[in-house]
Design a protein around this ligand. Structure first.
Ligand SMILES: [Zn+2]
Length: 438
């Protein structure tokens, strides 16, 4: 019997595990530091970004003590200058690492940003609670670290509270640089930014969906690769996009009453997040954001104007909703961490033939593979066939012209990698070799 993905009771348990009490405690603590502006006080124990960083570090260390020292906690830092950082300033991330047992260089990361702001992005002293933007994302990654730390994974899991987001995505850049310098093969970065509110500014409520934004074509695609992709397809099949498809499939399977709403964009219109420096470094990454946003609660001085209360306070958080988002991050990370890497060097052949042939390089630890295909206008993979432990497969009577194709890896215990689309357009490898164009 070829290896096939199967229902994982462990993922059902994990999906129900996130604690609203834990999430609330984290956000209350972070809001309590007054402001977490990147340029705020770093020496006080009670106020500012320094106190907040030290608290997150202590929290990771406590989680690590509970799992026999399973987490390494590091605080990489760099000094940046920029438009929103007129004087050189140190940006520091707080990162917990759970090393993988089989592929320690392969990394699945969950990020959120610790820093907060008010209306004036340079105001480093006024109260900036940042409960939703982005203490909610930090609460998700700390809760995910707590839930996932005790389990064994093939790949390395990284939980990172970033700083400097509001000043120019510096914390994401810093961690992406760290990943490159340490030879990490980042297979997925899930950037959770503004994930705790379920009521839109116009009163629309949606606690049943979360948006996952993914780029369509790779940020670091060469002109030659773009030419090939424009002709043969792949404009909606970057590795980030296929990561989003995996998340949507897992939500359908394991999260009752909750779904992923895939958005075919890198981020919200005209706005950015810490997944962008990862994409620029050539790593697959997505942005996770609530379905409905309330802009009176984002980047605002705390005030009341014409009867409207402005500011990002904790009473705007829907903790039940936040727990569902945490569940999505946790089951995604657990699945990717336990699955093998997607196959590499995936290629297809079949011009002027009625069959389609696919080949790939095997992934370490894979017990088998699945070939997937879908209509060229379909958002999600529609058909799949298990192939066994092979590196080549022929789909009889499936014409190459009419479908998009992909392959995933499956572990002996039934965990499946994301689907990889052929060629450089779809590769999960950081710097794909020059296109083998034909
Ligand atoms: Zn944010």
């Amino acid at each position: 019997m070829p290896a096939e993905p199967h229902e994982q009771p462990a993922l059902h348990l994990l999906a129900a595990a996130p604690s609203e009490t834990e999430l609330r405690a984290t956000i209350a603590k972070l809001v309590g530091f007054g402001t977490r502006h990147t340029l705020s006080d770093t020496r006080s124990d009670t106020r500012g970004i320094g106190a907040a960083r030290r608290w997150v570090k202590a929290r990771f260390e406590a989680i690590s003590r509970d799992c026999g020292g399973c987490l390494e906690v590091i605080t990489p830092s760099q000094t940046f200058t920029g438009k929103r950082m007129p004087h050189p300033a140190e940006v520091m991330d707080v990162v917990a690492i759970k090393r993988g047992s089989a592929d320690p260089q392969r990394v699945i990361a969950i990020t959120g940003h610790l820093d907060s702001r008010v209306s004036d992005v340079m105001n480093a002293s006024s109260d900036a609670p940042g409960a939703n933007d982005d203490a909610s994302g930090v609460a998700v990654l700390i809760e995910a670290a707590r839930l996932l730390s005790k389990q064994d994974n093939r790949a390395t899991l990284v939980f990172a509270a970033l700083s400097g987001e509001e000043q120019g995505l510096y914390g994401g850049k810093l961690l992406a640089d760290y990943a490159v310098a340490h030879g990490w093969q980042v297979e997925a970065e899930l950037n959770n930014d503004i994930v705790g509110n379920s009521r839109g500014q116009n009163g629309v409520r949606d606690n049943t969906a979360v948006r996952v934004f993914s780029e369509g074509t790779r940020s670091n695609e060469t002109l030659q690769q773009a030419d090939y992709r424009r002709y043969h397809g792949g404009e909606v099949d970057s590795p980030s996009r296929n990561l989003a498809r995996s998340m949507a499939g897992l939500a359908d399977q394991y999260l009752p009453d909750f779904r992923v709403r895939m958005v075919y964009r890198t981020d919200r219109y005209g706005r950015g997040g810490d997944q962008v420096p990862f994409l620029e470094a050539g790593y697959p990454a997505v942005r996770v954001t609530e379905a409905q946003e309330d802009y009176t609660r984002q980047h605002q001085d705390l005030r009341t104007e014409h009867g409207v209360r402005y500011g990002d306070t904790i009473d705007g958080i829907d903790f039940r909703y936040l727990a569902r988002v945490t569940a999505l991050d946790a089951i995604t990370t657990a699945t990717l961490g336990r699955a093998p890497a997607p196959p590499s060097a995936m290629d297809i052949h079949g011009a002027l033939a009625t069959d389609t042939a696919l080949d790939w390089h095997k992934a370490p630890g894979a017990a088998g593979y699945r070939v997937h295909w879908r209509d060229t206008t379909a958002p999600q993979w529609q058909h799949a066939q298990a192939t066994g432990d092979v590196d080549r497969y022929v789909l009889k009577d499936v014409v190459i012209d009419d479908w998009f194709f992909g392959v995933s890896s499956v572990s002996s215990d039934g965990y499946e990698s994301p689907v990889v689309f052929p060629g450089d357009a779809g590769s999960f490898e950081r710097s794909p070799p020059a296109a083998t164009q034909r």
